[in-house]
Design a protein around this ligand. Sequence first.
Ligand code: AMP
Length: 218
Amino acid sequence: MRLILLGPPGAGKGTQAQRLVEKHGLVQLSTGDMLRHAAAAGTKVGNEAKTLMDAGSLVPDEVVIDIISERLDEADVRAGFVLDGFPRTLKQADALEGLLAQKGLPLDGVILLAVDDEALVDRVAGRYTCARCGEIYHQTKKRPKQEGVCDVCGSTEFKRRDDDNAETMRTRLTAFYKDTAPLVGYYYAKGRLRTVDGMASREDVAAAIEEAMGELKG
Ligand code: AMP
């Protein structure tokens, strides 16, 4: 399937996208991850994006559209993909539609993770990941079973995103409501939008996504 997971920062898009990779063999297309890799590699695009990302602002449309366009040309995406964090503006959504039509990869649908904003700030401010495999943890809500050891790969190194703090989170939420929220109407009008309760447990959100995917397939 070809899906978009839509929702504010911290809604659980990354967690659910990882699950879709494992369960359905979809490829996760996260522009945030791509930009963080570019920043870590010290490329020109990466360095420019890093300043904006650290402030919680969006990077320019042209930059992310180029990145996604190139990624969509790679063979693995033909197996199906889940877009996580892209598109984030109407301009990106229009560009995506053109790119997918041109590449013969039309979307099956868009799943919106609906959340409570106040809870998001706490969710994001406590978030950290395994430095080796990327498993996502939370300071109070999901610690590794054995303290300091990743449940999945056994690594003892963890990291935290530079933009995961309460202040930047508020800027990111503002960007979401200003630039990304209009996409809800955009996809609703196309009849391909399903909404799930993103505040439920990971397992319940996953089950609701499965149900939504069933509807979108039909
Ligand atoms: P994410 O990992 O999806 O939360 O993205 C982290 C940061 O990367 C965002 O706060 C933006 O600065 C930047 N970013 C990621 N995807 C996009 C996008 N589609 N458009 C603009 N900026 C993006």
